[in-house]
Design a protein around this ligand. Structure first.
Ligand code: SF4
Length: 340
């Protein structure tokens, strides 16, 4: 058979964006489109549109591809599908459940725990998780310019008790590599800083984010590198995620995972055990299993403490100790996470 000649339409257009940035910009951001792509019937639409008005839908294609079409209870879909329950007002569920506004010494900085400072390196996320405790976070007030960063970084420069800088967000890896390299260069020039930690969901929802440009600045820093992934269900870990983790490990990054215990998503011993097993296969150690932070709009995800303890007791019967995440709650004002 004769090979077809290439036509202009076959030639990839020139683009200044890297593949991950293209995927980021093409994420599904329309609740109607999300329902259509997953084959959900129209009964889901009013809730999806109502929730979207409160906290917009955002789902990258690479994550969408791991969901089961036609299954409204798919554990990945339920993390991103707005429901009508989000608009219900539930006592105790508030916009700033961790009282972070009280621990913001400068734009983009949060200083809650001794020895560690958190930097909001990007206000954007690649995926919008419905249970997110920062779904109401005032990102507009915490998106520093470079001049503001310089002044915020003085907080770290002047406090020799700070050993660890934590890049958070949003998702820190939603920032460009140029921006991140600039920030990390300043951090590693602070002599008393030893560790760089990143809390991110991007290697999971767009594994192509772990590209050569990222590995350039991350692999070369003198700081010890820890990445805390955020994976709630074993189905999130496909081959592309495994390969992204392998690239990170080869660059000297210690990989940990934190999950949130979520009603209807991972609230069974079998689901949590499979998650720990799959994480370890991917070279990631389970770190924390958080109970839900009481953020307005997410009460329907809550699993009561007693049930959470029973689940963890059941998990201990089937997993070796090193695959057990620590069940914790964050209580505003406490010096650390509180074990349950
Ligand atoms: S900050 Fe994390 S949990 Fe919250 S929406 Fe972004 S990726 Fe999801």
């Amino acid at each position: 058979m004769q090979r077809a000649e290439s036509t202009p339409a076959d030639v990839a257009p020139l683009t200044l964006q890297s593949p991950w940035q293209t995927q980021l910009s093409r994420a599904v951001r329309d609740p109607r489109e999300l329902c259509r792509r997953l084959g959900l019937d129209d009964t889901w639409l009013p809730g999806a549109e109502g929730g979207h008005a409160l906290f917009e839908v955002r789902v990258p294609e690479a994550f969408l591809a791991r969901m089961r079409p036609g299954d409204p209870h798919d554990p990945l879909l339920r993390q991103v599908l707005p429901l009508s329950a989000e608009s219900e007002s539930v006592p105790g569920y508030v916009t700033d459940p961790l009282q972070e506004a009280a621990h913001t010494p400068g734009p983009g900085l949060i200083h809650k725990y001794a020895g560690r400072v958190l930097l909001i390196a990007s206000p954007a996320c690649a995926v919008n998780c419905r249970y997110c405790f920062r779904r109401h976070f005032p990102y507009d007030d915490n998106s520093p310019s470079r001049a503001q960063w310089e002044s915020s970084l003085d907080t770290l420069r002047s406090d020799s008790s700070i050993r660890e800088a934590i890049l958070s967000g949003g998702d820190p890896l939603a920032a460009s590599d140029r921006q991140l390299a600039w920030l990390v260069e300043r951090l590693e020039a602070i002599p008393h800083l030893k560790r760089l930690r990143l809390h991110t969901r991007l290697p999971v929802v767009i594994p192509d984010r772990i590209d050569d440009a990222l590995l350039g600045w991350l692999g070369n820093t003198r700081l010890q590198k820890v990445m805390v992934l955020h994976i709630n269900h074993a189905n999130e870990i496909d081959q592309a995620v495994v390969e992204a983790c392998a690239r990170l490990k080869a660059a000297g990054v210690t990989l940990l995972n934190q999950s949130v215990l979520l009603r209807g998503i991972n609230d069974s011993v079998a689901s949590l055990a499979e998650l720990s097993e799959r994480l370890f296969e991917a070279g990631v150690l389970p770190y924390y299993l958080h109970v839900l932070d009481p953020v307005a709009g997410a009460a329907h995800f809550d699993v009561p403490d007693e049930e959470a303890r029973e689940l963890v007791a059941g998990l201990r019967e089937v997993l070796p100790g090193f695959l057990m995440p620590r069940l914790v709650r964050e209580i505003p004002g406490e010096a650390s996470k509180t074990p349950l």
